[in-house]
Ligand binder design. Sequence first.
Ligand SMILES: O=[N+]([O-])c1ccc(O[C@@H]2O[C@H](CO)[C@@H](O[C@@H]3O[C@H](CO)[C@@H](O[C@@H]4O[C@H](CO)[C@@H](O)[C@H](O)[C@H]4O)[C@H](O)[C@H]3O)[C@H](O)[C@H]2O)cc1
Ligand SMILES: [Mg+2]
Length: 362
Amino acid sequence: APPAVSGNPYTGYTVYLSPYYAAEVDAAAALISDPTLKAKALKVKDIPTFTWFDVIAKTPDLGKYLADASAKAQASGQKYLVQIVVYDLPDRDCAAYASNGEFAIANGGEANYKRYVDQLVAEIKKYPDIRIVAVIEPDSLANLVTNLNVSKCSGAQNAYKNGVIYALEQMSSVGVYSYVDAGHAGWLGWPANLTPAAKLFADIYKAAGSSPFIKGLATNVANYNALSASSPDPVTQGNQNTDELKFINAFAPALRSNGFPAQFIVDQGRSGRQNIRDQWGDWCNVKGAGFGMHPTTNTGSSLIDAIVWVKPGGECDGTSDTSAPRYDTHCGLADAHKPAPEAGTWFQDYFVELVRNANPAL
Ligand SMILES: O=[N+]([O-])c1ccc(O[C@@H]2O[C@H](CO)[C@@H](O[C@@H]3O[C@H](CO)[C@@H](O[C@@H]4O[C@H](CO)[C@@H](O)[C@H](O)[C@H]4O)[C@H](O)[C@H]3O)[C@H](O)[C@H]2O)cc1
Ligand SMILES: [Mg+2]
């Protein structure tokens, strides 16, 4: 792979539109009768999101997307960038139930995870002309900062660390630019969490060889925080890091002093509306959310490479069916939109609300 660019990997690249998400949006729009709302919904197809590789069976799809991007690049003369989420650690989502994954540590999960990473790498190797940005393992390391009191998380500690290090090494070996998931202002932004978090992320970065392809951290993935709020959301009471920019401005120097010169990308896919949560820790299908600031490299901060949409709006956070094995009580809260289907599956009513509440308007 060519050497890593020292600057922003997004500069000069056209971001690939996921056909998977475009198909979901097409199907959703077909169910909307109001012509104005339908037209707004269809605009979401033209906004780039990340494609989540949440099961090993999806790894061959990466080759299809890369081939498509390569064809588009050749036809247009533009340079293409594909955005993916690496998301299949064993005992995944250890402090919750909604997004539990297919691999278990107790059942060969660590070996299966390596196979999953290897299969992604094999697809990537075929298309060296396409740039890839990867968000690595949402929620995983953040859970190791705040939830070691949860037995499933303390039991997953080594598997998470070794898995993330392996993913970073392997992705770097084929020129993928990685941003490791780092929760959000309402999670690791609490001063008590920020300091240990800076050490953990820096340790992982160094253990992965301090590769220049490891660009930094991704924040607010699948969450609802403002990049920069005009006034603090009431739920942020007690934490001066009330939004993602404040969190990043506090986090970056701590990471650098631990040896990790991290840059950031920030999810704003569902951040269009603030003051919608009863508690900052409410994360499941929060009612009143809207599509937020559109993806851009014009971020207003030298620390932030790009505003992105990582969680594809309309894909569910978790089921509200109390009898389901993956039912998490957060998805039954007063501020959670119900009834909701399984995590990752299409949530039509929620998508319609995201369109209605979009800020900026679609
Ligand atoms: O000084 N003080 O006053 C003070 C007060 C409270 C303090 O405690 C902090 O309170 C925070 C809540 O305010 C907690 O943050 C929540 O932690 C949850 C995991 O436990 C996260 O849930 C994940 O969310 C993901 C999507 O984001 C889902 O994909 C995933 O499935 C799901 O599991 C929530 O986002 C996140 O908001 C901190 O841990 C906790 O340390 C600390 C100091
Ligand atoms: Mg989740």
